[in-house]
Design a protein around this ligand. Structure first.
Ligand code: RIB
Ligand code: CA
Length: 309
């Protein structure tokens, strides 16, 4: 099995936590680093949460490096109503045995991409795109050397989740998303159009809980928290599972349907701040981006169960 070298940039976050359990447990990936960003909860908490999850998963061989604590220009936003005050739902915080590695998260991206073969390092962005925007400003060459940049963000046919027209990750730092999408980075975006097709049903959660492993228990607990809050706030019985989608695609691209496109982001209007305008009327050969439109959700949960076994 060929492995994909990968950096995960995230803001744990209950669905980030499931994505990390998916990655930490997979032989399909060579996880080079986990970088953190302020997003669902402040950077201090997203970084502590990444360290906690790394310890639970038994992967203290993977370095965790904190990145940006605020967006490029906007005030830091949060989404603790969907993730809990501490960011990991019902999981009580603890002090991890081991701490962060030396160096800023932005430099983790630059150093790994510049030191490895061109196109060999993929980046999965599961929160605001601030760290990659900073990395592009500091070392523009990475746009030509990065492998796939798989982003959880945006919305087209589904509408927004933080405002009627915008998804949280893009809305939180629209300038960062704009700079990344205007670069030559090969962005594949997994927006609400596809993540809303991946639902954490009781049966899927029970399958993970039945594994009897720390990773399975943690993934199940995160989904149960999402079930509770999404039922209360949105009225859904089965919450969508957003952040595992980009990671699952990197592990098995055949599970997803992608369309060539050009994606632009609203940065002017406050009403539509962070809206992703996804244009499919492009030349497939030269289209700069791809947008996920379909997914085999059972296949995603098969991967999660495989990683959590
Ligand atoms: O809109 C969903 C995204 O916002 C996910 O990445 C979730 O963790 C939150 O950051
Ligand atoms: Ca996230």
């Amino acid at each position: 099995m060929t492995t994909q070298s990968l950096i995960i940039d995230c803001d744990p976050g209950v669905d980030d936590a499931v994505a990390l359990m998916l990655a930490f447990g997979s032989a399909r990936l060579e996880l080079l680093a986990v970088t953190t960003v302020g997003g669902n909860v402040p950077l201090k908490k997203t970084t502590r949460n990444a360290l906690m999850l790394r310890q639970i998963a038994g992967r203290e061989d993977i370095q965790v490096r904190p990145g940006a604590d605020r967006p490029l220009r906007r005030k830091p936003a949060g989404a603790s109503e969907f993730h809990g005050e501490e960011g990991l739902g019902y999981l009580p915080p603890f002090t991890p045995d081991r701490g962060i590695a030396d160096g800023h998260g932005v430099d983790a991206i630059i150093d790994n991409v510049m030191s490895r073969p061109e196109g060999s390092v993929a980046l999965a962005i599961l929160g605001p795109m601030t760290n990659l925007a900073h990395a592009l400003r500091k070392e523009p060459m990475i746009q030509k050397r990065l492998g796939p940049v798989a982003v959880m963000g945006g919305a087209r046919s589904e509408g927004g989740n933080i405002t009627p027209s915008a998804e949280f990750n893009i809305w939180a730092d629209p300038e960062a998303a704009d700079e990344v999408l205007r670069s030559a980075c090969p962005v594949v975006m997994f927006g609400l159009d596809v993540t809303h097709q991946v639902r954490a049903t009781d049966a899927r959660i029970a399958r993970l809980a039945a594994l009897g492993t720390a990773r399975g228990d943690t993934a199940a607990a995160m989904m149960r928290f999402s079930q509770d809050v999404e039922k209360r706030i949105v009225g859904w019985d089965a919450p969508p599972l957003h952040d595992p989608c980009p990671v699952a695609w990197l592990m098995n691209p055949d599970l997803f349907t992608l369309k060539p496109c050009r994606i632009a982001v609203e940065v002017q209007s406050e009403l539509t701040r962070g809206h992703t305008a996804v244009e499919f009327r492009v030349d497939p050969e030269t289209a700069p981006h791809r947008w996920a439109t379909g997914v085999q959700a059972d296949g995603v949960f098969d991967l999660i169960a495989e990683s959590c076994a």
